[in-house]
Ligand binder design. Structure first.
Ligand SMILES: NC(=O)c1ccc[n+]([C@@H]2O[C@H](COP(=O)([O-])OP(=O)(O)OC[C@H]3O[C@@H](n4cnc5c(N)ncnc54)[C@H](O)[C@@H]3O)[C@@H](O)[C@H]2O)c1
Length: 324
């Protein structure tokens, strides 16, 4: 089997995915540029989990620079493209950077794949493409032409780029829509990581809205198992283009999340109420029947168990508390 190339390998999901693929016996190439979206120290920490493994090769390269990419794509069978700028709120402040790192980077990857004769790709899309659609749980057949943040429109644009290259060049591609992934090594800008840090620091937790907004939190090991299922599917099948949700199908209200974090940390949360933020959605809720049918996706980790794993990891790494 040729190598699996994981872009964004020093990121939260990418580092877990590389770790899992190596455990499964794959040869893995990672690419990351340690983008300063959040502190480099976190990414180095993630990266070190896989560095030194005999079946792991790493290229520190910026995917925006197409001319530098060919060596990393040599002898690759499947590309799992996770690299990009994530986050809804920061995308409103800096949409251009989302266009550069999501849309332009995806274009570079598709072109380098075409030149290298690589025919298979999995792409990290997002639940954000569903916007504020009230028709929950969200199935992949829903219209997603009404994005409400630059982040969402860039992910939708990437899905369309992928379809174009499937049509023109016969590439097999699955767009995987992730839903608020959490667990050890979670990005520090995301609610669970941020809130746990604040709780330990004795700071109040900002609650945007009345606490009724809900998210379909998905434990990272479940997401990674889903990606691996999709990988096996795309290796075994030809003429594939599809879009698949990888969520949990169990939305949790913000107020319930805060209370669950209180239990996991053994602290009593102090809540600071704030208005809803532009671009925020009321609920995310995945219909996951398609992933189950295609490759047996079956996320099992309850929120409490995932929070416990995060808190254990956080406590084992006391330096995390000091870092923003
Ligand atoms: N974490 C979630 O809840 C979630 C939900 C939906 C979708 N996603 C998507 O999944 C993917 C991974 O998310 P994550 O949470 O692991 O994010 P992350 O920010 O931790 O990882 C992304 C990685 O991509 C790298 N990167 C960014 N631009 C790059 C470039 N130009 N060249 C090379 N490397 C670059 C970053 O340095 C980073 O290490 C992202 O595309 C994100 O949009 C994540």
């Amino acid at each position: 089997m040729k190598k699996v190339l994981v872009t964004g390998s020093a990121g939260f999901i990418g580092s877990h995915l590389c770790e899992h693929l190596l455990e499964q016996g794959y040869h893995v190439t990672g690419i990351d540029n340690f983008d300063p979206f959040y502190r480099k120290e976190y990414k180095i920490y993630n990266h070190n989990v896989n560095l030194g493994h005999e079946r792991y090769t790493f290229f520190e390269v910026d995917l925006k620079d197409k001319d530098l990419l060919a060596p990393a794509f040599s002898d690759v069978g499947v590309v799992i493209h996770l690299a990009g700028k994530a986050g809804v709120r920061p995308s409103i402040k800096d949409p251009k950077s989302y266009i550069d790192n999501n849309i332009s980077v995806t274009q570079n990857i598709l072109d380098v794949m075409k030149d290298a004769g690589i025919r298979k790709m999995l792409f990290a899309s997002s639940s954000s493409v569903y916007g504020n659609n009230p028709d929950t749980p969200w199935s992949e057949s829903l219209d997603v032409n009404n994005p409400i943040s630059p982040y969402a429109f860039t992910k939708k644009a990437c899905e369309l780029q992928n379809h174009t290259y499937h049509h023109l060049y016969g590439m097999d591609i699955l767009n995987l829509r992730f839903f608020t992934v959490f667990g050890p090594r979670q990005r520090p800008d995301l609610a669970i990581h941020k809130f746990i840090k604040m709780m330990y620091r004795g700071e109040p937790i900002p609650m945007f809205g009345d606490g009724s907004t809900s998210r379909d939190y998905t434990y990272v090991k479940d997401t990674v198992t889903g990606i691996t299922g999709a990988l096996e599917y795309i290796i075994e099948n030809d003429n594939v283009f599809d879009t698949v949700n990888l969520g949990h199908n169990h939305p949790v209200k913000l107020i319930d999340l805060i209370n669950a974090i209180g239990k996991a940390t053994g602290k009593i949360p102090v809540i600071e109420r704030k208005p809803m933020q532009p671009g925020d959605v009321n609920i995310t809720y995945a219909d996951i029947r398609k992933a189950k049918k295609m490759f047996g996706y079956d996320p099992k980790t309850p929120l409490e168990e995932g929070l416990k794993a995060f808190v254990e990891w956080f406590n084992e790494n006391p330096g995390m508390l000091e870092m923003d």
